[in-house]
Design a protein around this ligand. Structure first.
Ligand code: MTE
Ligand code: MO
Length: 554
């Protein structure tokens, strides 16, 4: 067989193609390893670094337009970028190796060693340049899984890549040789290979373009449909605002008819909202090897395993959680019956906190952390929770243990806790480093669950307006609904809440004549504070404003 000569361009493009195919599979393996074995996922690390390093204004804009789902788009874009980097490395490597030489056998096929060296170079790049740049240290030394596990998981991915790269590259070359021998692709086989490669490349580019456009389309759609919602406070409500009512209203508790669309008072575990910083997968902690360390400014630093934690005195409480990212009228709010150990009890078990201590830091298995003030930590309702609605804490909600700290946003309810550290510094947690509130008290909010905005109702027919209202640990004394943009308010009936730490369900019957209506809701807490009508985005203190829906009555 006559030796084939490939042009430089052909060498690059077939290497690129081989790198791309191997890169797609290797990226899949990387994500899989992260999910099932807690390996490192480079797109995750880069995504976290980007979110953290982003100017607040940009973050806020993306957050408002795309919402918490933005992290999935970001992850997808980075993943595509990673595949392209694999492809580029494959192309450049093939170009560097040339068409023959020590890296090739007699048939011009690449040797395994060529793949191994490429793997090694990529590993060095990931460990010494990429990971340190994302802020997790040399070979991920600052990650919870440590440098050793990082290297092992990267090596598995790298070796898979190197192997597939060689196989694919040789297969591409062989196909070309066979075609040439059979004379199937006359006359100039090199040109034919080039052509077929070009065809594939353009197909691939088209595929990527379609995916990219699809993602953009979804974002645009969300932006438009989000903007269509009237979620903001009508002018009259702003004009007539009275900040505080003294004495506070007496709650108007009563029966609530079970109307369709109204939230159930206790959210089932699989319906409970989930938010985490992790792009691909949350930690999958093994309860039998898990340990909880209590250290820092305590008299006797100590550790507990899972069964020791379960043996501590448990207490149950209903508590509603809300994410600080929740928009007015948004869904990142749920309620459950939790069971756990008082944090104060655990600190006592570690000999008590030492003089000068100011804060308690919660560290988690996903390298997340946050802190609360010592006074908050010692409140009897601040728990390390192990059960949720009677079941073992689900993985997505922080198994084996998470913090509950009523009155402040979900952000501080650290999941997958591994370490409780008492400090005398003003520790700033994961989100605080990006400008989110540190004290983070829940801002009072009320939501209309039903009817949904834009709905058409029948004139002169009874219907219910119903929803939920929440003020952290301050309780709700009154919920009012306005059918004329905030000029007058009518009191809704409240269902007596399950505890002082939960939302209340509210409801009001309504029998409108034909016309278009703005229906607005506001709440008042147990101290008589009236919900803030001024519209504010979630960053930095949580959103405010009155949830308003438009209804068409015919
Ligand atoms: N370890 C860890 N804990 C975490 C987070 C996280 O990313 N990692 N996210 C926080 C945020 S922003 C919220 S709103 C709540 C959400 O809790 P849930 O998913 O159980 O509703 O968890 C908090 N605890
Ligand atoms: Mo959150």
């Amino acid at each position: 067989m006559e030796a084939l000569s490939f042009s430089k361009k052909q060498q690059f493009s077939s290497g690129f193609l081989a790198g791309l195919m191997a890169g797609i599979v290797a990226s899949g393996i990387m994500v899989l390893l992260k999910i099932i074995a807690g390996g490192v996922s480079l797109p995750d690390e880069l995504g976290s670094a980007i979110i953290k390093g982003m100017p607040l204004a940009v973050f806020d804009y993306l957050h408002r337009t795309i919402g918490v789902d933005a992290k999935y788009y970001l992850f997808f874009i980075i993943l595509v970028g990673q595949c392209l980097i694999f492809a580029l490395s494959g192309g450049l490597w093939n170009l560097a190796l040339g068409a023959k030489g020590v890296w090739h056998d007699e048939q011009g096929q690449l040797r395994w060693s060529a793949g191994l060296v490429l793997t090694f170079l990529l590993l060095l790049f990931a460990g010494c340049i990429f990971l340190p740049l994302t802020g997790v240290g040399f070979f991920g030394s600052q990650l919870a899984i440590g440098a050793f596990n990082t290297i092992v998981s990267l090596a598995v991915v790298g070796i898979s890549f190197g192997f597939l790269y060689i196989v694919t590259q040789n297969w591409l070359a062989l196909r070309y040789v066979q075609k040439d021998a059979k004379g199937e692709s006359p006359p100039a086989s090199a040109a034919a290979l080039e052509e077929s490669l070009q065809k594939r490349r353009s197909l691939l580019l088209q595929g990527l373009a379609v995916l990219g456009l699809g993602a953009l389309g979804v974002m645009a759609w969300r932006f438009i449909s989000g903007a269509g919602n009237v979620a903001s406070t009508p002018q009259a409500a702003l004009n007539n605002y009275q900040r505080k009512i003294t004495p506070p209203p007496k709650p108007n508790y009563g029966e609530i008819s079970p109307v369709q669309g109204l939230s159930s008072e206790v959210t089932a575990n699989d319906q409970f909202y989930v938010v985490s910083k992790n792009l691909v997968s949350d930690p999958n902690v093994n309860g039998s090897t898990w340990q909880l360390t209590i250290d820092g400014l305590v008299a006797q630093p100590s550790t507990l395993n899972y069964s020791e934690l379960l043996a501590q005195p448990m207490q149950q409480q209903y508590e509603t959680l809300m994410c600080i990212s929740n928009q007015v009228g948004g869904n990142y709010m749920s309620n459950a019956l939790w069971e756990g150990v008082q944090l104060a009890h655990l600190l006592q078990k570690a000999g008590g906190v030492q003089k000068g201590a100011t804060k308690v830091v919660l560290h988690a298995a996903d390298d997340y952390s946050d802190s609360i003030h010592l006074s908050k930590a010692l409140e009897p309702t601040t728990l390390v929770a192990v059960r949720m609605n009677g079941a073992t804490l689900p993985q997505g909600h922080g198994y084996p243990a998470r913090l509950l700290v009523p009155g402040i946003y979900g952000m501080k309810h650290v999941k997958w806790i591994t370490r409780i550290e008492v400090v005398n510094t003003d520790y700033q947690g994961y989100w605080q480093q990006s400008g989110w509130s540190d004290p983070a008290p829940v801002r009072m909010t009320a939501r209309i669950d039903t009817p949904l905005t834009g709905k058409t109702l029948r004139a002169n027919t009874w219907t219910y307006i119903a929803g939920v209202a929440f003020a952290g640990n301050r309780g709700i004394s009154e919920v009012d609904v306005s059918f004329n943009g905030g000029k007058n308010w009518q009191r809704a009936t409240l269902k007596k809440p399950l505890s002082d730490l939960t939302w209340v369900l509210w409801e009001i019957p309504w029998r409108p004549g034909a016309g278009n209506y703005l229906v607005t809701v506001r709440a008042i807490d147990m101290q008589g504070n009236v919900q803030d009508p001024v519209n504010a985005p979630p960053l930095p203190d949580g959103s405010s404003g009155y949830h308003t829906v438009t209804l068409n009555v015919k």
